[in-house]
Design a binder for this molecule. Structure first.
Ligand SMILES: Cc1cc2nc3c(=O)[nH]c(=O)nc-3n(C[C@H](O)[C@H](O)[C@H](O)COP(=O)(O)OP(=O)(O)OC[C@H]3O[C@@H](n4cnc5c(N)ncnc54)[C@H](O)[C@@H]3O)c2cc1C
Length: 454
């Protein structure tokens, strides 16, 4: 290809890359090319077909139309249809609530219930005060900064390990961390976004999270952007501290004014060449603490719960939460009619993966005896995310939250970084649009994109 083939090349068609492409095109930019090494787009934020089910590649769900992703999509004209809890309740399905708690002895309670068999009245009060303290604007004498763990903060209110266990399952489900590894400041944002955006107005995208990817793809293609799959970028060309394009593994060079990297921080060093980045950034990326998790997906003949999509499981060995996308009915379009699909979310605690999966399987059998009987189980798919693989994401732990994540403007001119590991805080993938907005402000030399998010 010749000089200046494209205005912008985006490496990686994950949700971060696709949102960036849609944002640039929406702002009037043209000649945008997204290069994806895989055979499908969406990265860890989509579903692939398996036995008539749509099985997630990572993300369980978006948190609805009011989420950061939901609002970004609306802004750039990507139309996503959601099925809300309210609509389900109107149909007589569920109570309109998002989650409940279940223990291995089979007892359950909903968060609004005044009765729990597992907490004393005193613990109930302590939990309420703890959560209210989290939400309060100011709290004299209690530190809720990014240097304080959720356990340290929580111990101002309670000594109950039962409450810590419940917080663990909540944090594990939202961010795959626990009360000792999550900073209070980040937990506050997750809870605020969770309650403000999800609890009251939660909506499941029709077609699963792939519904969001499809909508972004449509905008990109309609506005003349290009997306090419099976294109592995092997190198980011950098000349005189300026990105000038990319080289593909088939030897082809594509030139562009701007390069946006959406393929993880370790690959940024790999593709850009470690020597092209300052030591400080290289060291920061090398030392990132990754998220380690297993997602076990089960296709079942019978539903596990008819009243709620998310179940927190505080007393399990490995499972911290279970999401049931098929709660949203056949219209959700993620399973063959009448079938059930559930995702078991399990933080990994050792490097013995077989043991980790076995413990999770034991958990689900304790929670729902008979669930894995031959007559009920359609399929089981284990997905493991661990170690320092290039795709491993940095956990929302100390020194890795908000502004401490990687800034979208890299030290190399015209090279930007987007995706989960970039600047941002909040509930899982829903933090990605914050970094994308910051990248758009940098690239377009505006100050409006990030402002809208806050
Ligand atoms: C188990 C699990 C559960 C999760 N659950 C949720 C959830 O319920 N809700 C939520 O909001 N978030 C969830 N997340 C987080 C969310 O899925 C991810 O943060 C998000 O999908 C990451 O998007 P991304 O664009 O940063 O990167 P990715 O999705 O990783 O996209 C990067 C893309 O770059 C491509 N690529 C890599 N190298 C190259 C190369 N050399 N050339 C070209 N292309 C390349 C990859 O193939 C990939 O498609 C979950 C994550 C995990 C792991």
């Amino acid at each position: 290809m010749s000089e200046q083939d494209y205005d912008t090349i985006i490496i990686g068609a994950g949700i971060g890359g696709l949102m960036t492409a849609a944002g640039l095109l929406h702002a009037g930019k043209r000649k945008i090319l997204v290069l994806e090494k895989g055979t499908f787009i969406g990265g860890k934020y989509t579903e692939i077909n398996h036995k008539g089910y749509k099985v997630t590649t990572g993300s369980w769900t978006s948190i609805g139309k009011s989420s950061h992703i939901g609002r970004f999509c609306e802004e750039v004209g990507a139309n996503v249809e959601y099925i809300t809890l309210r609509q389900m309740k109107k149909k007589g399905i569920g109570s309109g609530l998002f989650s409940k708690v279940r223990y291995t002895d089979g007892t359950e309670y909903s968060p609004t219930s005044t009765e729990t068999t597992h907490f004393s009245e005193k613990e109930g009060e302590e939990m309420t005060t703890l959560l209210m303290g989290l939400a309060a604007k100011e709290l004299k004498g209690i530190d809720r900064s990014k240097n304080v763990s959720v356990r340290q903060y929580g111990e101002n209110f309670t000594k109950s390990e039962g409450i810590m266990g419940l917080l663990d399952s909540l944090i594990g489900t939202a961010a795959c961390l626990n009360v000792d590894t999550m900073p209070t400041s980040e937990f506050r944002i997750i809870m605020e976004d969770g309650f403000r955006l999800a609890a009251a107005r939660f909506g499941f995208p029709v077609g699963g999270v792939r519904g969001i990817i499809d909508a972004l793809e449509k905008v990109i293609r309609e506005k003349g952007g290009e997306i090419q799959t099976k294109c592995n970028v092997e190198k980011i060309n950098i000349d005189n501290n300026r990105a000038t394009g990319v080289e593909l593994s088939d030897g082809k060079t594509i030139n562009s004014k701007i390069v946006v990297h959406n393929a993880g921080p370790r690959r940024l060093l790999e593709l850009g060449g470690r020597k092209n980045f300052p030591n400080e950034l290289v060291k920061k990326i090398d030392n990132l603490i990754p998220v380690e998790a297993a997602a076990i997906i089960l296709g079942l003949n019978k539903p596990i719960s008819k009243d709620i999509p998310l179940i927190l499981t505080p007393d399990c060995e490995r499972i911290v939460g279970i999401f049931e996308p098929t709660f949203f009915g056949d219209e959700a379009g993620v399973a063959p009619p009448g079938k059930t699909m559930i995702d078991l979310f399990c933080p990994i605690k050792t490097q013995n993966i077989k043991k980790e999966v076995d413990l999770a399987i034991e958990d689900i059998q304790n929670l729902y005896p008979g669930i894995l009987d031959k007559s009920n189980l359609d399929f089981q798919q284990n997905m493991i995310f661990y170690k320092n693989t290039p795709a491993a994401e940095s956990g929302q732990t100390f020194n890795q939250t908000g502004d401490d994540r990687i800034d979208p403007k890299t030290p190399v001119n015209n090279l930007y970084f987007v995706g989960f590991d970039a600047h941002g805080s909040g509930v899982a993938g829903d933090l990605i649009p914050i970094g994308v907005r910051k990248a758009l402000d940098y690239i377009l030399k505006t100050e409006k994109w990030l402002k809208v998010a806050i």
